[in-house]
Design a binder for this molecule. Sequence first.
Ligand SMILES: [Zn+2]
Length: 93
Amino acid sequence: MKYIAKIMHANLTCRQVEEFLMDYLERRLGFWKTLQFRLHLLMCPDCSKYFQEYKNTIALGKTVFENPDDEAAGNVPDELLEAIIRATKSNKK
Ligand SMILES: [Zn+2]
């Protein structure tokens, strides 16, 4: 479970998520950043909402992202995210 510590140690701030939005959608983030990004979205309702709105805005203006959800989700398995969230919660006291 070493990788969980690594992820949590480098947890993104809301400001960073905002900065990474474009890179994420264009799939320029590496594996870890993508993982941290998605993890933050899952745990932060504000960023999650912002991200959805941002994505919708882009979808209206561009057709570059044909299957944004499928493509982006392909980088990081949902099972991994869920496992990390479970581990995070069980670590908190
Ligand atoms: Zn946030």
